[in-house]
Design a protein around this ligand. Structure first.
Ligand SMILES: [Zn+2]
Length: 407
């Protein structure tokens, strides 16, 4: 999996203020810096006797710049996480993670196993797909389905910086230290040798097939989430994920209402691709042909969907361009077209954000009445996903509500 998380609209990076068209400066959207309280990890030669906050001696083979750092008790004794990183290059990420584990060990409650019964899905065999997640009851839009923690986090660049066999040794060491080792090694593989029992499995294939690409402390990592890795792909998915780098957790949220017995799906491919482009990527990276309802729709529907997705992708930069030239009326027209297309493609979690952009654009153009209308639409939509979006969305909601009250 590459980037399958729904990220905040890049249009919001413009940070058009809701308060006044003349006040374009805003500190909204600035990311909180990572905590840096803990000391940097010492160099590998000083590792002996220095394990905290790691539960195992960091494994730093002499022939590579990489080490495996493991905390087998985070966030519970059922999970555990291993980090494969170059301590010299990733010291800020490692420091933040070290602090996370130190903080975690001071907590008295370990939630091991407590959430299992409440989960509204079961992992079950599905025809032609191996295992997958199926809803065991109706799941309303916006409900958090599960919070999964990374079992493995690895520097994205490491496969290119060492011999393949060395990489495999490091990956195997990283995974075999985890309580979830069996769960990880039984995940799907897409490589040529995708057979054999757990002891023989190509660990590199497992990691490649099941990892997300994401950023921690500004650095690029591959991360493997064992439960989320069981969720199959659809081009019109029923769920999406949100990653929190401060806890290494990934939250799965219902994209729309999911019926009892329906499969829970997420999208592995990036947005804005045609059916043919999606099929090519899915085949090349994961070795399967997508048979989701969008890919198997009638030719007319596929053609219409392709055209909408391409148009949505093209309109984004055009809106930005108009805003940058303070052409708010044009920006509003283009953005309205984009919002209609997004609604037609049923890309629901995007709607609240685009309504928010519309509210900001109308404030920019001085159309207070329209700004209020879109702020109300944004509130209604964002509230459904507030629990999944986190603090940033709660702040946006408060800002939008303040605007509605004021106008
Ligand atoms: Zn598809």
């Amino acid at each position: 999996m590459t980037i399958l998380m729904v990220t905040k609209s890049f249009l919001l990076l413009l940070i058009l203020p809701l308060a006044s068209a003349n006040n374009l400066a805003s500190d909204g959207g600035a990311q909180a810096p990572l905590r840096t309280k803990a000391p940097s990890p010492p160099p590998p030669e000083k590792w002996a006797g220095y394990f905290t906050p790691w539960t195992h001696r960091p494994y730093c083979p002499p022939e590579t710049p990489y080490c495996v750092f493991t905390n087998a008790a985070y966030p519970s004794l059922d999970n555990g996480v291993s980090i494969l990183a170059n301590p010299d290059e990733a010291s800020s990420s490692l420091t933040a993670l070290a602090q996370l584990f130190l903080d975690d060990t001071t907590k008295s409650t370990k939630t091991s196993g407590q959430t299992q019964e409440k989960q509204p899905y079961k992992i079950t065999p599905l025809p032609g797909k191996g295992l997958g997640l199926v809803a065991t009851r109706r799941i309303p839009q916006g409900e958090v389905l599960t919070v999964d923690y990374a079992a493995l986090v690895a520097d994205s660049a490491f496969p290119s910086k060492m011999k393949r066999e060395q990489g495999r040794v490091l990956l195997r060491k990283a995974i075999e230290r985890l309580p979830r080792v069996k769960e990880v090694m039984e995940l799907a593989r897409s490589g040529k040798d995708a057979t054999g029992d757990v002891g023989e499995v190509d660990v590199e294939d497992v990691v490649k097939t099941n990892s997300f690409t994401l950023r921690i402390g500004g650095e690029s990592y591959m991360a493997l989430f064992p439960t989320i890795a069981r969720i199959n792909h659809a081009c019109n998915p029923s769920a999406f994920t949100r990653f929190d780098e401060k806890t290494l957790s990934n939250t799965v949220i219902a994209f729309r209402e999911i019926k009892k017995g329906e499969e829970i799906t997420i999208s592995y491919s990036e947005f804005g691709l045609t059916r043919a482009e999606r099929q090519h990527i899915l085949q090349a990276k994961w070795g399967f042909t997508c048979t989701c309802s969008l890919c198997t729709a009638s030719q007319d529907e596929i053609t219409a969907s392709d055209a909408r997705r391409l148009k949505i992708k093209a309109l984004g930069p055009q809106v930005v361009q108009q805003v940058q030239s303070a052409q708010f009326r044009l920006a509003i027209e283009l953005n309205r077209e984009m919002v209609d297309l997004i609604a037609a493609e049923k890309l629901i979690p995007h709607m609240g954000e685009h309504y928010e952009v519309m509210a900001r654009l109308h404030m920019g153009a001085g159309n207070k009445k329209e700004a209020k209308k879109y702020a109300k639409l944004a509130i209604a939509d964002l509230e459904k996903f507030a629990s999944g979006w986190g603090k940033e969305t709660e702040e946006t909601l408060a800002e939008l509500k303040e605007l509605v009250k004021r106008i």
